[in-house]
Design a protein around this ligand. Structure first.
Ligand code: GLC
Ligand code: CA
Length: 547
């Protein structure tokens, strides 16, 4: 089987949440000049791509995932000239920039929506999803918004409801309208002309919907729209395009990313994340981590995309808790478990994504009061859950475990006030552990988590077996360990990890046995695997050997 080779197959993506990354002017908000100032750091880390969360003009109700002008930079983040400089400076360091394309909805302050709501005959009216009240009055139907409350809001002036799958200030665009689609493609091409490396596509599975039939995701025209977008914009250029989808399965991932589909490079899917959520209460009532269930999900995706399609690999992003707190141990074994998680993820098949701060093992934030939170979802859910009778302390416990602000506290650069993120007052409090967990301390520590990430990112660029090798899993029912091999030509990489805080003695399956070079380890180097192996808490290593 010959596999097409793309530059993004062996690149690692680094996600920047601009608001929280680096503040250059002391207003407490991270900005584009701040990012430019950290490009050398990112180059040393070895990444090939930056996924930039939205930087466009926005009222910032959802921190930029509510865009009011697709072709202007939010003044708090900088100017278009700053952006062009970022693209050029990044390119000079071998790094491409991915823009976050939020085209499922706009802000209600976008001029299209302002015009659309001004009258039923506005030429932009049909850019959005409007419906008459139900026959007896009231909302057209009972669809609920992801951020809590109904997904329909009445526009009093024109007497119709508009549809919003997220906040009421995020009206859904009507992708059935060809003029809307043409506007979006025009805008995308304008950005492509500025030399970006591709797009991360916000909730791409939700662009096609048929709310009258209760279809809110994966509507029948979804892939038609993506194929049209491909044709009209990025087709023919080797860009990285990654679509966020909370509903993707390995089967639909092949539709999005199959080589003859002419859609996207890959999907960013969440099955491994949701697997860890409560059946009824979702992420607000965390469940203990279940490794066997988790491995089942990893296997479904690794085996499901073995011949075609491509995986995104990640532990965290700006919507998720910190990886080491969620899947590892952020107390006694923080360093070991962060390295273990990185090892397990970066040696799988797919493109790895590192979320800012993950590479130094940043942890969830121990906020104790709802006043410390800033995230619209957390604040809305707090109101709804507490109104519905959930005790305040229970909600805070849920938010501490899974709330989105865990990943949005300032990047910890040094032990200076606010972790060196700003000389002013940050828009959200820094995690108090910045005095010990920070980039400066990691750079001088050879055994740091940062050094471990650098090694893994480099290995992927050097060893095709990590990029293209065939995956095979072992010990699927073992409650504490994960083990797999990657095989290409005459090379095998064997990966073994202990996901628990207890030592484990393991009977090594025969296909895993053998000796070679230790590629990476978070304990003593391991070069040989025989019949039995004893693993320290959170120990993980990989051996490269001949087949
Ligand atoms: C995506 C983004 C999230 C945002 C939502 C609405 O899930 O990642 O941050 O709130 O879409 O745009
Ligand atoms: Ca600033």
């Amino acid at each position: 089987m010959s596999e097409p080779q793309h530059w993004w197959h062996n690149a690692t993506v680094y996600q920047i949440y601009p608001r929280s990354f680096s503040d250059s002017n002391g207003d407490g908000i991270g900005d584009i000049p701040g990012i430019i100032g950290k490009l050398d750091y990112l180059q040393q880390l070895g990444i090939g791509v930056i996924w930039l969360s939205p930087i466009f003009v926005s009222p910032m109700d959802d921190n930029g995932y509510d865009i009011a002008d697709y072709q202007a930079i939010a003044p708090e983040f900088g100017t278009l000239a700053d952006f062009d400089r970022l693209v050029a400076e990044a390119k000079a360091r071998g790094i491409g920039i991915l823009l976050d394309l939020v085209v499922k909805h706009t802000s209600d302050e976008h001029r299209w929506f302002v015009d659309a709501r001004s009258s039923r005959t506005s030429r932009y009216r049909d850019f959005y999803v409007w419906r008459d009240p139900a026959p007896g009055g009231g909302r057209p139907n009972g669809i609920q918004s992801t951020f809590g409350g109904p997904a329909w809001t009445l526009d009093e002036a024109t007497g119709q409801y508009y549809f919003h799958q997220f906040a009421r200030k995020q009206p859904d665009l009507n992708w059935a309208n060809p003029e809307l689609r043409a506007e979006i493609y025009r805008m995308m091409n304008w950005w492509l002309g500025r030399g970006i490396a591709g797009f991360r596509m916000d909730v791409i599975n939700l662009i096609a919907k048929e709310p009258d039939r209760g279809i809110t995701a994966d509507g029948p025209r979804l892939h038609e729209y993506i194929q049209e977008m491909h044709r009209e914009t990025f087709g023919g250029r080797d860009l990285l395009t990654v679509g966020e989808s909370w509903t993707a399965t390995p089967e639909t991932a092949l539709l999005y990313s199959g080589r003859d589909r002419h859609e996207l490079s890959m999907v960013f899917q969440f099955e491994h994340v949701m697997q860890q959520w409560h059946e009824i209460w979702g992420k607000w009532q965390p469940k203990p981590f279940d490794l066997v269930a988790f491995k089942r999900v990893v296997n479904r995706w690794q085996y499901g995309l073995v011949e075609d399609g491509w995986n995104s690999l990640f532990w965290g992003n700006h919507d998720l808790p910190r990886a080491v707190s969620k899947y590892g141990n952020d107390k006694r074994f923080r360093v070991e478990s962060a390295k273990m998680l990185a090892t397990v993820l970066h040696l799988l098949k797919g493109t790895p994504y590192v979320y800012q701060g993950e590479e130094i093992g940043m942890t969830n934030v121990p906020f104790t009061s709802i006043d410390q939170y800033r995230d619209i979802e957390t604040l809305n859910m707090h109101r709804l859950h507490v109104e519905a009778g959930l005790p305040e302390a229970d909600f805070i416990r849920g938010a501490n475990a899974n709330g989105r602000d865990n990943s949005r506290t300032p990047m910890q650069w040094s032990a200076a006030p606010h972790g060196g993120f700003t000389i002013g007052t940050p828009w959200i409090e820094a995690n108090p552990n910045f005095s010990t967990i920070n980039v400066e301390a990691s750079l001088t520590d050879e055994a740091s988590i940062l050094g471990h990430y650098r090694k893994l990112i480099t290995l992927r660029k050097e060893l095709p077996v990590i990029v293209h090798g065939r995956y095979r899993s072992f010990l699927d029912d073992h409650p504490a360990c994960i083990a797999y091999t990657r095989t290409l030509g005459d090379q095998v990489v064997a990966v073994v990890a202990n996901f628990s805080a207890e030592p484990v003695t393991l009977e090594v399956p025969e296909a895993l046995q053998g000796s070679g070079d230790c590629l990476v380890s978070n304990d003593q180097p391991v070069r040989s695997l025989g019949g039995m192996v004893r693993l320290a808490p959170f120990e993980a290593f990989a051996i490269l050997r001949a087949r």
